[in-house]
Design a protein around this ligand. Sequence first.
Ligand code: SAM
Length: 430
Amino acid sequence: MRLGGRLAAAIDVLADIDTHLRPASVALADWGRAHRFAGSGDRAAIGNLVYDALRRRASLAFLMDDDSPASLAFGALAVSWAMAPDKIAEALDGDKFAPEMPTARLEAIAEHDLALADPWVEADVAPWCGDLMAESFGEEWVEEAKAFTARPPLDLRVNTLKADRDKVLKALAKAGAKPAAIARHGIRIKPPRREGRLPNVQAEPAFQKGWFEVQDEGSQVVADLVFARAGEQVFDLCAGAGGKTLALAAAMENKGQVHAWDADKQRLAPIFDRLKRAGTRNVQVHAADADLAPLEGRFDRVIVDAPCSGSGTWRRHPDAKWRLTPQQLEKRVAEQRAILDDATRFVRPGGYLCYITCSVFAEENETQVYAFGDRHAGWSLLSAGEVWQDLFGFDKPQPWSADLNSITLTPRATQTDGFFFAVIQREGQG
Ligand SMILES: C[S@@+](CC[C@H](N)C(=O)[O-])C[C@H]1O[C@@H](n2cnc3c(N)ncnc32)[C@H](O)[C@@H]1O
């Protein structure tokens, strides 16, 4: 396929997402099934156009003076792929699959000044989310939000149970793998430009051998901040597919015990294969409700990696930032409160409750932690900043900290997905 056909396909997919309110990944997979002739390069380029258009949906609509799927796709080409109108025209010349080029709109982009648009347009978020971002980041909220419009890198965590960073860097040298800036066992592969594709690292023998996992650097950093030590008893209460569980098990050098639980068995299902590949021997997965009561009061650390709005992952899921509703956010906040309350029964006296979200909204983060303090006597919020300094020092990119206790990672501050981390200690002696 030439660029014209790819553009036409991206426009169809964007229209499908809008009409049927479907996740971008589902719309793209459906397009792929209906167009089996398309090669992997075509699919990657179409996906890039769709995601780039969604990442800057509001600002592209402003710059193109139109929010139709065609304007968004052409706008992404002009802005995100930095293709001047004459270069686009050249690439589409003689291509019978090319959609009509909105030449006048593309040429008028240069006359539009984003600084004159509403801040939420420049920030590329829904207006109500702009208010939430302002609550979290004050005057810097537009810059913080804008950092979510960039393509994310591919981050890997070296599984220290089986390999070290040098070994994995060597195995993935051709893929452009480099050491991550903050995470001690992290590796980063930069996002490709324009129609480029990230390498399929999961097809590498090194992945099959369990030398590394795919995990955003922010997720690695918050797992590290849990500070799980070899020999401890740790409970991952919202384990999902086990991203944090695996990191904790490795940090504990296969000593002690990590218990993993998730209310949704479907989400938990992939954990078994992942644990096997990683060579973990200190993880127990629980699927039955009856397993929970015997675990009460036993844990040095309980991790609540809570269900959340996912606002921290908007670089990867830009469609979600336009789909999120205040009602969904309210529901997540209520779930977080309930899970935090429930988690208390598993922490031993003197033990720690670690609260994590992949959101940057204060309502799901600091506010949730303070409200927990109001509801529960005998628990104290500790300084996660001190743990940060112990682990990562002062010379690395620094996270946000509204209260010098909790930590917020963001694409702008730490060049990671957005994550929140706080640690609360239960009083008493274990
Ligand atoms: C952010 S995800 C966890 C991601 C996972 N820890 C990882 O690192 O890959 C949140 C998880 O919480 C689970 N969850 C929701 N409500 C829950 C509850 N009441 N108790 C335990 N888990 C719950 C969801 O099924 C979901 O898998």
